[in-house]
Design a binder for this molecule. Structure first.
Ligand code: PLP
Length: 296
């Protein structure tokens, strides 16, 4: 059994005083419970940010885009800015310590720290991933769920933190349970004004008339690292791409659709709200082969 590998950041932000001035930027550690205090605001309020990075054959993928989004999310929460070099080294170090496994993941977590301590908490851990083969080959069923926000929420109400990858995923998990109650594998959020947004833990990509189209990233959704790499695949394959406002009708009318994310990669959508839809098996295979072979 491959164990989880944990590293605790000694200096999680550029300006944080190091825990131990004599220690390196991070230290390997034992079980998580020994290191995270029960009053940590990341735990009691979900006040922090995180990233999940895929690791294939020991190689972490899209590290720079993940770290750039980690920093962007931290800035959106007015958290101390992470020391990206220290985090990169910690990511590489936990990957190097992980027992050989085909697919794993690394999580980077930065919280506001213990109330009053004025010091963020940071840790990185790696563990083997579950098997995503069925989702990639047989596809997934989704339901559409109202997110309760307009598509311009990021501009009108930035305090709602839509578009930041915060630790507050209780809502996303509740949506996932609602999807399960309705007999589906996952949910696609829709804005109150009728635009499709993203999945609970993934971005939506559509095939429309030979182009690959994804929702614009300024509508309160995460700018996905996997989606960006699907578009890199498309550029290399000579397939046109576009970021657009996509209505529910556009979604239903698309030739094919995927939820794309780190770890699961591209999962073709085979049913929406109980209605079966076509899977493009050939294009799905090509996209996943490209994603799993990423060197950067
Ligand atoms: N949207 C949400 C809400 C997510 O949680 C995630 C990933 O966890 C994504 C999109 C996809 O992001 P990425 O491809 O960088 O993993």
């Amino acid at each position: 059994m491959t164990e989880t590998v944990l590293a605790v950041l000694n200096q999680p932000s550029r300006d944080a005083a190091p825990h131990d001035p004599a220690a390196d930027a991070f230290t390997f550690a034992g079980p998580l419970e020994e290191h995270i205090q029960v009053q940590d605001l990341g735990i009691i309020r979900g006040d922090g940010v995180f990233e999940t990075i895929t690791v294939v054959d020991g190689h972490p993928q899209a590290v720079e885009p993940h770290l750039a989004r980690f920093e962007r999310s931290a800035r959106m929460l007015d958290l101390p800015v992470p020391d990206v070099d220290a985090w990169r080294r910690a990511v590489e170090a936990v990957c190097a310590e992980l027992d050989p496994v085909r697919e794993a993941f690394v999580k980077t977590v930065l919280t506001r720290g213990v109330e009053g301590a004025e010091r963020p908490t940071g840790w990185v851990y790696a563990a083997p991933s579950g098997d995503s083969t069925a989702a990639r080959t047989e596809g997934i069923s989704v339901v559409t769920l109202d997110r309760g926000y307009r598509h311009d929420v990021e501009r009108t109400s930035p305090w709602l933190l839509q578009g930041a990858k915060t630790l507050s995923y209780a809502v996303n998990m509740a949506a996932l349970r609602e999807a399960a109650r309705r007999g589906a594998d996952d949910a696609v959020f829709v804005s109150t004004d009728g635009y499709v947004l993203e999945g609970t833990r993934a971005n939506l990509v559509l095939s429309v008339g030979g182009r690959l189209v994804t929702p614009r990233t300024d509508i309160g959704i995460l700018a996905g690292t996997t989606q960006a790499d699907v578009f890199r695949f498309a550029a290399e394959a000579g397939i046109e791409t576009a970021y657009e406002l996509i209505t529910l009708d556009d979604f239903h009318a698309a030739d094919a659709a995927w939820l794309v994310s780190s770890v699961r990669q591209a999962a073709p959508i085979r049913a929406v709200n109980g209605n079966a839809r076509e899977i493009d098996a050939e294009l799905t295979t090509r996209i996943n082969e490209f994603l799993l072979a990423r060197e950067v």
